[in-house]
Ligand binder design. Structure first.
Ligand SMILES: Nc1ncnc2c1ncn2[C@@H]1O[C@H](COP(=O)(O)OP(=O)(O)OP(=O)(O)O)[C@@H](O)[C@H]1O
Ligand SMILES: [Mg+2]
Length: 327
């Protein structure tokens, strides 16, 4: 059995449909119109123990809703899910002790208290034995370099520091499954990098199973081999990160640096992405790369040349655009 097994999981919300115009507004006072938003529209997913899986998707795709369902914060409309054999929305204490949910947009720590006090409370709630609690806390504060911030009220901490404190709170009871909803949102590049480094190390060390959502491709590339792409509540892709690029990008980027005096028209071969003379970058079909390279190199003196994949951000943005159009 897989550690996470999801079958045909769906969650819809009934929302009040607003109508334009005075007449319509008055009418809807008497007869309200509702519509169903299918936040998660029947997804299937299996995750094995120790996997680090990324959830990618545009705003409103259903990522947070999925993590809330798997954490038992909300009930599904239909379908089933088992995490370590538990049905999350039954909210068994036994389950609660074995997973954690961290939301980058939400605080779980008490704002006016030092993190240390919140941690003690967690210790009580999760019934963590004192020596285990101390060992874990020391290890986590050391890894994240926040020993000297434990006594400071959380509201005085920077965003990045607070996120580290939130992560510690989530990990104190040594969860086997961790749900991370945009853990690096709003952080600068260095803070993002620190959190990525920590997550990678700690996940490997403890063999935790992690589901992470993020809009930052750097997070994904640094942490996850497997990527699940979700849009409009449905899974669009489930596979390797490398596969995303293979499957969804039929293009490569070619950059040439021409020797002085040469100005060939590369627009004939593909779309010109950047032209800062003597450097020109074009996007060309994958299959035509050898032919185009040969031709350009044959006819022009070149100082430098490179062949790259289209950046992941662009591939995914294009995918989302395409999936929005065909709907
Ligand atoms: N409590 C709610 N009531 C009504 N609609 C909701 C509720 N929660 C979520 N939705 C809707 O469900 C859809 C999915 O929302 P969700 O928060 O899961 O998206 P997301 O993938 O996490 O997006 P983002 O990247 O912006 O965080 C959205 O259309 C959202 O408006
Ligand atoms: Mg979200």
């Amino acid at each position: 059995m897989s550690i996470i097994e999801v079958e045909q999981l769906a969650k819809s919300y009934r929302v009040y449909k607003k109508r334009d115009g005075l007449k319509e507004s008055v009418r809807s006072l008497f007869r309200r119109q509702y519509e169903d938003v299918h936040a998660v529209a029947g997804i299937d997913l299996k995750v094995e123990q120790g996997e680090f899986v990324a959830f990618l998707g545009p705003n409103g795709a259903g990522k947070t809703t999925t993590l809330k369902l798997l954490s038992g914060v909300i009930n599904p409309t239909s379908g089933s899910a088992k995490v370590m054999g538990f049905t999350p929305w039954q909210r068994k204490n036994e389950y609660r002790r074995r997973f954690a949910l961290v939301m980058g947009q939400k605080n779980q720590l008490w704002w006016d208290l030092p993190a240390r006090d919140s941690y003690r409370l967690h210790q009580q709630i999760y019934a963590v034995p004192a020596d285990q609690f101390n060992t874990t806390l020391n290890e986590l504060t050391d890894l994240l370099g926040v020993e000297n911030l434990l006594g400071q009220p959380v509201r005085e901490l920077s965003l990045g520091e607070r996120m580290k404190m939130e992560l510690i709170a989530a990990l104190l009871h040594r969860p086997e499954v961790l749900f991370l909803d945009e853990p690096t949102i709003g952080l600068d590049v260095i803070a993002q990098h620190n959190i990525q480094k920590f997550l990678r190390y700690y996940q490997e060390k403890c063999g935790m199973t992690v589901l992470l959502t993020s809009h930052y491709m750097k997070d994904i590339a640094a942490l996850c081999k497997r990527v699940v792409i979700i849009a409009r509540g449905e899974i669009q892709y489930d596979g390797s990160l490398a596969g995303v690029i293979d499957q969804f990008s039929g293009y490569k980027l070619l950059t040439f640096e021409f020797a002085a005096g040469h100005q060939p028209n590369l627009g004939l071969f593909g779309e010109i992405i950047d032209e800062t003379w003597p450097k020109v970058q074009i996007r060309v079909s994958r299959s035509e790369v050898p032919k185009i390279l040969a031709e350009v190199l044959r006819d022009n003196p070149i100082d430098d040349v490179s062949v790259e994949d289209v950046p992941l951000e662009e591939v995914i943005a294009k995918m989302f655009r395409d999936s929005a159009i065909d709907h």
